[in-house]
Design a protein around this ligand. Structure first.
Ligand code: G4P
Length: 533
């Protein structure tokens, strides 16, 4: 099945698709902007002042985000760098939207992990890394904010190794920190690109000093060089050399130090992405593995975004191409609905601009306008029956029952919640009586859903506490057990947006008791899209 189209292979080889993962405030947005700047995707001064305003203009779509100053929705940006086409998938940093982030991570081939050098490994970093590990995603580490009073670099490396169980190999090493941060010495190139605060690092006019023993370094940084050489010797004595193979297997991470806000160390990260991060790899298509260079077009939807632009009431499915080539107007097979579908006008995203996509290959993300036909996890092909796996859903731990203030608006509420559920904004469960339960991972999800229902669907709803405390997807050994279980437990059962049966437990104790009574029934805490129980 491998293609005979050398141009396709060449184009795939040029792609790099990655996401930035970080605990909120570590500097993900700043790094995103700087990467875009290097890629020439946006023209913007690197100044901190006014950055927030600029940020909202570039990558935040929703009003809620602007009010809260958090990035709720994920955006996708494409730019070129050194002959490569880079797809950067932004992820919401706030942990309440972690489900969305997990799904985005299924669509990337590598990740850049940003660590705040003053804080080290934080809670959200740990969670995100666990998700990357599910797919052995290669990780590049960027230790940010070296221009502040931060922790010792060696401490930071050992913390990453210990907590994240990820072998670290420093590729650059900081000289000084805080006010005396002088730059990063490249251990890979064995040189220093001199850093002067306020200097324009895009101009390429910095001084280059070759060799760690170069006396010019002592002349410039008499106070720092002793400690720098000592630390480098120490760290090199205890770390393995960089291994591309281990990095690609997700076992070893190249580490870069820098200061995103000052544009420092950012270029090294971009270069590592181009040189080391993998081009699109093969994907599990359910019935077989799909190679990115195969000619037939395939891919899957990992995110749905409705009403991104209040002026256009549209729905966009973010689709990761896994093989073949997209051409405008092409016809594809929508496998879940088992019918043909045309993609007349796919989009790519350039910060806030949507641009018509004329060509896309494996690794690229295209936005497909639709009216609800596409759901998260849907596979599109040129006819072959595939189902890309790996899109995760997690059993929510927070629940609300929803009913409309105005009983005549029950239909709108239903429609709104169904659509928001398909979009993945929240999980929606419906029982036999037609009662709707909302399940979330974080409280902010309820707030966003309430606001969106009010503004987009014109429904004011009442959200009440319920007796549900956790949910489990069910699978049965045989039809008889399934029937008996459903008869006996009807009051505690509901269906999710895709029609899967779910047990809504009142407490962990209730769950355990039921599990004890039904040892043959399996209760699942996660579900993968295209996984049927
Ligand atoms: P996030 O997306 O990961 O949440 O982080 P974001 O980039 O928004 O950065 C969080 C804060 O850290 C911002 O400050 C940002 O300016 C600052 N920051 C990012 N990189 C660096 C760095 O290399 N050095 C220093 N010193 N600060 C950095 P803020 O006060 O929250 O916002 P703003 O008013 O500066 O925009």
């Amino acid at each position: 099945m491998v293609t005979l189209d050398p141009q396709l292979a060449k184009d795939v080889q040029k792609r790099r698709t990655f996401a930035i993962i970080a605990h909120p405030d570590a500097g993900k947005t700043t790094l995103t902007e700087k990467l875009l700047l290097f890629g020439g995707a946006i023209q913007m001064a690197g100044a901190v002042k006014g950055r927030k305003a600029a940020r909202h203009a570039t990558s935040d779509w929703m009003q809620v985000e602007q009010q809260r100053g958090i990035s709720v929705t994920s955006s996708v940006m494409q730019f070129e760098y050194e002959g490569h086409v880079i797809n950067l998938l932004d992820t919401p940093g706030h942990e309440d939207f972690s489900e969305d982030t997990y799904r985005v991570l299924t669509a990337v081939d590598a990740a850049v992990m940003v660590i705040d050098a003053a804080k080290g490994v934080e809670a959200q970093t740990i969670k995100l890394l666990e998700v990357c590990r599910l797919r052995n995603t290669p990780i590049i580490t960027f230790i940010n904010k070296m221009d502040r009073e931060v922790r010792d670099p060696i401490d930071l490396l050992s913390e990453i190794e210990e907590i994240l169980k990820l072998e670290c190999v420093p590729i650059t090493w900081p000289i000084g920190m805080g006010k005396t941060f002088r730059g990063v010495f490249s251990l890979k190139e064995n040189h220093l690109v001199r850093f002067t605060p306020g200097e324009d690092r895009l101009s390429g006019k910095q001084e280059l000093i070759e060799g760690l023993d170069n006396p010019r370094l002592d002349e410039l940084f008499p106070m720092e060089m002793g400690y720098v050489r000592e630390s480098i010797e120490l760290v090199q004595g205890v770390t393995n050399p960089f291994s591309l193979e281990k990095f690609l297997a997700g076992e070893q991470s190249p580490v870069f130090f820098g200061s995103g806000v000052n544009n420092f160390g950012v270029k090294d990260v971009l270069e590592a992405l181009v040189q080391w991060a993998p081009s699109p790899r093969s994907r599990d298509g359910g019935v077989r593995v799909v190679e990115p260079t195969e000619k037939p077009f395939t891919g899957f939807v990992f995110k749905i975004q409705a009403n991104m632009d209040p002026k256009h009431r549209d729905r966009i499915a973010f689709f990761r191409v896994c093989s073949g080539r997209y051409t405008p107007g092409m016809k594809v097979r929508h496998l879940r609905e088992d019918r043909e579908m045309k993609i007349p006008n796919a989009l790519t995203f350039m910060a806030n601009d949507r641009i018509s996509m004329t060509d896309a290959v494996a690794g690229d993300i295209i936005g497909i306008y639709n009216h609800g036909q596409l759901h998260i996890g849907d596979t599109l092909t040129e006819g072959e029956k595939l189902g890309f796996t790996g899109i995760p859903y997690f059993a929510p731990e927070l629940f609300r029952a929803a009913r409309p203030k105005d009983p005549f608006k029950a239909k709108q509420l239903h429609k709104g919640l169904k659509e928001l559920g398909e979009e993945g904004a929240i999980q929606v469960f419906e029982n036999d009586m037609g009662h709707l339960f909302l399940g979330a991972v974080g409280f902010l999800q309820f707030e966003i859903v309430a606001q969106r229902l009010a503004t987009e669907y014109k429904v004011d709803a009442i959200y009440e506490n319920t007796d549900v405390s956790t949910a489990r997807w069910l699978s049965f050994p045989d039809e008889d057990t399934q029937k008996r279980f459903i008869d006996e437990q009807a009051a505690r059962l509901a269906k999710d947006a895709d029609g899967n049966l779910v047990y809504l437990a009142t407490s962990i104790y209730n769950l355990q008791t039921t599990q004890k009574h039904w040892p043959d029934v399996q209760f699942h805490t996660t579900r993968e899209k295209n996984q049927t129980f």
